[in-house]
Design a protein around this ligand. Structure first.
Ligand SMILES: Nc1ncnc2c1ncn2[C@@H]1O[C@H](COP(=O)(O)OP(=O)(O)OP(=O)(O)O)[C@@H](O)[C@H]1O
Ligand SMILES: [Mg+2]
Length: 432
C-alpha cells in the first residue's frame, strides 16, 4: 500500500486536517504521524512506502526536528517533495537548500489546497498509470494483449500489475479460469461489478447488483481490501510477483441498457474512485475492454492515462482505430483525454506487410483522422500459434496460461522476446 506522506509540525493541525480531507475526497491515500507520539521507525517505514511527500512549510515546521528528519529521509530515498507554504516562515539554511527549490504552492494562492491535490494526484498517477486496451473493432487481440503482454511485463520487468476485465464477454477471465470458477466469482460479486455498485462484497445484506438489471444502486461504498476482490494469478508454484485480476461478468451489460443518467453518473464516479483507490496497491493497472462504444467505454477512457489499441494490418482495424480516436476527442473532456498508442498485432512473421509499411510512413494518417504513424509502437506482435487462445486445463494454475511462463517449445523463445519488447517499449513510454 502506497500513500503520500505528510510531513508537518504538531502546531499545524488545522492545515494538516484540511489537506487530509481534500486528499480523501480525491481518493488519494495519505499517512501522517499522530500528533502525540514520536515514533521514528514507524515514520521512516511510512516514508519508504510513500510515492511522494507533502511538506507543510511554516515557521514551526522550519524549527521542527521531526520535519527535518522526514525531509532528510525523503532525500535519501529520492522521494518527490511537494512543499506547501502556510505562513510567512523564514527559511533556515536547511530549508533553503532542501525544500525551497521545490516550493511552488502556498495557501495564499487562490485554490491553494486544490492545486496541492492536483500536484499530488499527478505523482500518484505516475506511480501507477492506468492503461486501457481498446479498439472499436472486435477480434483484433485486445484480450490476448492484455493477458500476454502484461503477463510478460510482470514476469520479465517486475512490478505489481492489476488486470481488470471490463468486457461483458469476460474473455480475459476465461483465459485464466474455467466457466464454473468465473461464474462462482461473479455470483459472490467478487468481480468488476463491485467497482461500480455496492454489492455483497461491501455489505453482506446488500442486494447483488448483478441480480437487479433494472435498478442501479447509487449508495456510496468503501473499497474492500485487495484480497477480497482481486484474484492472485501468481499463486502457488509460480515464479512469484504480483499479477492480479479483477474478474469480469456478463451483467455489467446492464449499464448499456440503463437510462437514468443521474444514476449512471454516480455509478461512473464510484468506478473512478475505486480505480484511483487501488492505484496505491499497484504499479500498473490494465483494462481489457469491449469492442463497442458504451457506458463502459466512457468509464475506461475517463479512468485511463493511456489507451493502447491493437490493430490488424487491414482497413477494418484502421476504421476501428479512427472511430476510437474520434470517441476520445469528442467524448472526453480536454485535459482528461488519455494519450492513444497503436500496436500492430498478428502481423506476418517473415516480412513487414505493405499495409504496415504504409501505416508507418504516414500514408494512412489522413484516413485515420490523426497522426497514426506517430502513435504506432515500433514493436509489433507476430501472428503465432502460441498466442492463440487456449482454454485453461483442469487443475492447472492460472499463471500457466501465460506464454512467458508456459514451458518450452518450438518458437516460444521468439514469442517471449516479442512480448517483452512490446512491454519494454510501453514501460519506457509510460515513464516518459
Ligand atoms: N498474435 C496473435 N497470433 C495468433 N492468434 C492471435 C493473436 N492475437 C490474437 N489471436 C487470436 O485471435 C482471436 C481474437 O483475439 P482476442 O480475443 O484477443 O481479440 P479481442 O480484440 O479481445 O476480441 P473481442 O473484440 O471479441 O474482445 C483469438 O482467438 C486469439 O487467440
Ligand atoms: Mg476481448
Amino acid at each position: 500500500m502506497s500513500h503520500v506522506y505528510i510531513s508537518h509540525s504538531t502546531r499545524d493541525l488545522d492545515e494538516l486536517l484540511e489537506i487530509h480531507e481534500a486528499l480523501r475526497m480525491a481518493a488519494i491515500p495519505d499517512w501522517y504521524a499522530p500528533n502525540d507520539t514520536e515514533d521514528r521507525p514507524k515514520a521512516d517505514q511510512a516514508i519508504d512506502d510513500a510515492f511522494a511527500m507533502i511538506v507543510i512549510v511554516s515557521a514551526s515546521a522550519v524549527r521542527s526536528k521531526t520535519v527535518r528528519q522526514d525531509v532528510e529521509r525523503a532525500k535519501a530515498r529520492n522521494l518527490r517533495l511537494i512543499p506547501y507554504q502556510i505562513d510567512k516562515a523564514r527559511m533556515n539554511g536547511f530549508f533553503k537548500h532542501e525544500v525551497q527549490p521545490h516550493l511552488k504552492l502556498s495557501s495564499t494562492l487562490p485554490d491553494g489546497v486544490t492545486q496541492l491535490v492536483d500536484e499530488v494526484q499527478k505523482a500518484y498517477k505516475r506511480k501507477c498509470p492506468v492503461l486501457a486496451v481498446m479498439n472499436l473493432k472486435g477480434g483484433v487481440g485486445k484480450t490476448t494483449v492484455t493477458s500476454q503482454v502484461f503477463g510478460a511485463w510482470q514476469g520479465a520487468l517486475g512490478g505489481r500489475v492489476l488486470l481488470v476485465d471490463l468486457d461483458p464477454q469476460y474473455n480475459l477471465t476465461q483465459t485464466f479460469f474455467d466457466m464454473e470458477q468465473a461464474d462462482a466469482s461473479a455470483a459472490a460479486d467478487r468481480s468488476v461489478i463491485s467497482l461500480f455498485e455496492r454489492s455483497k462484497l461491501h455489505a453482506r445484506d446488500a442486494t447483488s447488483p448483478g441480480e437487479s438489471w433494472l435498478t442501479l444502486s447509487t449508495e456510496p461504498f468503501s473499497p474492500v481490501p485487495r484480497k477480497e476482490l482481486m484474484h492472485d494469478l501468481m499463486g502457488e508454484g509460480s515464479p512469484g510477483g504480483r499479477l492480479d485480476l479483477i474478474s469480469g461478468q456478463f451483467e455489467i451489460s446492464k449499464y448499456a441498457f440503463a437510462n437514468d443518467s443521474g444514476a449512471l453518473l454516480k455509478v461512473k464516479s464510484q468506478f473512478l474512485r475505486m480505480v484511483d483507490h487501488y492505484r496505491s496497491e499497484y504499479d500498473l493497472i490494465v483494462f481489457d475492454t469491449n469492442p463497442n462504444a458504451t457506458f463502459l467505454t466512457r468509464c475506461a477512457l475517463e479512468a485511463a492515462d493511456r489507451v493502447l489499441a491493437p490493430m490488424h494490418a487491414d482497413v477494418y482495424s484502421l476504421r476501428g482505430v479512427r472511430l476510437l480516436n474520434q470517441v476520445i476527442e469528442e467524448q472526453v473532456e480536454e485535459g482528461k483525454r488519455p494519450a492513444l498508442s497503436v500496436m500492430f498485432n498478428a502481423v506476418g512473421r517473415s516480412e513487414q506487410s505493405s499495409f504496415e509499411a504504409e501505416a508507418r510512413n504516414g500514408t494512412f494518417d489522413g484516413k485515420a483522422g490523426f497522426p497514426l504513424s506517430k502513435a504506432l509502437l515500433k514493436a509489433a506482435l507476430p501472428r503465432s500459434g502460441h498466442l492463440m487462445v487456449k482454454a485453461p486445463k483442469d487443475g492447472q494454475p492460472a499463471w500457466r496460461q501465460l506464454v512467458i511462463h508456459s514451458g518450452r517449445g518450438g518458437g516460444l523463445k521468439a514469442i517471449r522476446e516479442s512480448l517483452k519488447t512490446v512491454g519494454m517499449e510501453l514501460k519506457a513510454m509510460l515513464e516518459d
